[in-house]
Write a protein that binds this ligand. Sequence first.
Ligand code: ACO
Length: 326
Amino acid sequence: MASVGIIGTGAYLPEKVLTNAELEKMVDTSDEWIRSRTGIRERRIAAENQASSDLAVEAARRALESAGISAEELDLIIVATVTPDMMFPATACLVQEAIQAKKAATFDLSAACTGFLYGITTAAQFIQNGVYRHALVIGVDCLSRIVDWTDRNTCVLFGDGAGAAVLGPVDEGEGFLAFDLGGDGSGGHQLKQPAGGSRLPATMETVEKQLHTISMNGREVFKFAVRVLGSSAEEALHRAGLTKEDIDFLVPHQANTRIIEAAVKRLGLSEDKVIVNLDRYGNMSSASIPVALDEAVRAGKVRKGDTLVLVGFGGGLTWGSAVLKW
Ligand code: ACO
């Protein structure tokens, strides 16, 4: 089987910054509470005329440029998102048209904050099996569009952004070494957008009851996240035949500093091995991991030969990890 890895990364963050100080004017909260409970200082918000596909296209162009391939060379585009431009067509089709990736197969994938990990795991199978050569995986979300801006329990946590990776063949021994994906539908109710699907289609009543916004049991999601971040990373390392000592960098989902700290403690890592950017962007759902990865690569932090563990968790409930040699 062919070795497959990430051959290029890109990211796009909307220009508008929403600070904790501005949130203090919108809901009963404080900069101190948000920073001490979550680690977040500010987040980005998409402009009125920007939808998820617009953010995704910018990230995609940058990833293609860094991979040194053209859009026509893409065989597959997967967009991981819970905030597609619309229910259908898939956002992946909109991206394909915008970047003119004429021969690419296209689909969206729904795994909330774990979406990027589900996306790269899926795309890697196609390349390993020789079905495709190059795949573009984008994690994008505009959670600002589905947040209840009067609910202090959720509106302080999220931001908008897009991150992308181009997957392709790499030398033997490089690239992905192992994956771990999981789901627990029994916890689905802990984190959801209740209306807008076939269960509760949009009506005046669903809008009035704010059922199109994020509903979350923060404490339960917190406990789940702390548990699976550590266990999923350990499982993927085990499958790769590696141990915690082999990790050069951990790129965790960026939801809450305290969740990351707990996982880091369990894995016995030093802080300098953990990529964190949630102070600047908040939780961008499926975009968090690829944006953090892209920043670390462009900053020259991650170097060829480094062993990386990407690990995420999110709605579903879902979780996932990937171990790769850069
Ligand atoms: N400002 C001030 N006070 C607040 C705020 C706020 N923004 N939000 C909640 N509070 C209050 C609560 O009302 C509560 O008050 P009470 O004790 O009078 O009832 C108090 O603060 C403590 O609330 P807790 O829920 O216990 O606070 P906790 O320390 O657990 O932190 C948080 C809450 C940050 C939401 C945490 O539970 C968390 O991060 N959970 C995980 C959330 C997450 O990661 N979700 C995304 C998953 S990924 C995806 O797929 C989108």
